[in-house]
Design a protein around this ligand. Structure first.
Ligand code: GLP
Length: 241
């Protein structure tokens, strides 16, 4: 595991963007695993800038998003599908058919999980998986529990996650209680993983995930066992390492 500590959120984002950009340049038909949340926002903005400057091209890139809220329409501003279109995909030249995001609105959610897993398995493994981390150590929506969830599944969101993510909804009562997420096995099968975290609010969980015991109580701790992980932090998130 390579840990890079940067001075600011902007520097973290640009260093992360450069890792993604070099992946795209070296393998123009890469499969990228993408995350949502506040953390990667500036990295997406920077990648759009590199695209506009002609440094990178998304024509042959395929993406798989980690997760999506259940029972939320892709057109809803709170959906991760909407987030990805607004903050990234609408501004680059990725063909729409190369974008994969679980359909949170699927009538048969088990079938949606199976189909998403099947597609990921047939096109994968992911070349580069970008990850943020939840305040309880979740990656994707693989929540803290007594076992590592293996494959794509419908996750029950924990109280910590509901609290942390309610800022994107009118109130905590409006938040979906479940979400579709790829599993820990899918994440660990990625050839390379890029974990990002910024801000003092992530300092405790970053210390636990990177230096603590490997345990499903802190799902991100399993990344200690992956052969090719780059962690890029700002100095606040790194302050308890
Ligand atoms: C969300 C997402 C994760 C994300 C994490 C951190 O719940 N499911 O994929 O990495 O929480 O979010 P943020 O970057 O907003 O702190």
């Amino acid at each position: 595991m390579k840990i890079i500590i940067t001075d600011s959120y902007k520097e973290m984002s640009e260093r992360a963007g450069n890792v993604v950009a070099s992946q795209i340049i070296l393998k123009p038909d890469s499969i990228l695993g993408l995350a949502t949340g506040s953390t990667p926002l500036e990295m997406y903005r920077y990648l759009i800038e590199l695209y506009k400057k002609g440094v990178i091209d998304f024509q042959n890139i395929t993406t798989f998003n980690l997760d999506e809220y259940h029972r939320i329409s892709p057109s809803s501003p709170q959906s991760y599908a909407y987030y990805m279109m607004e903050n990234f995909f609408n501004h680059i030249n990725i063909p729409k058919e190369n974008i994969n995001i679980p359909n949170g609105d699927a009538i048969d959610v088990d079938e949606e999980c199976r189909e998403y897993a099947k597609k990921l398995e047939s096109l994968g493994p992911i070349d580069l998986q970008v990850l943020g981390i939840g305040p309880n150590g979740h990656i994707g929506f693989n929540e803290s529990s007594d076992h590592f969830p293996v494959g794509t599944h419908l996750a029950k969101l924990t109280g910590d996650t509901l609290e942390a993510n309610s800022r994107f909804f009118d109130s905590i009562d409006d938040m979906p209680r479940t979400a579709i997420t790829i599993g820990i096995r899918d994440i660990m099968l990625s050839k390379k993983i890029l974990l990002l975290a910024n801000g003092i609010g992530k300092a405790d969980i970053i210390a636990k995930a990177l230096k603590g015991k490997v345990t499903p109580r802190v799902p991100a701790s399993i990344l200690q066992l992956h052969h090719d992980v780059i962690v890029i932090l700002d100095k606040e998130a790194a302050s308890k390492l």
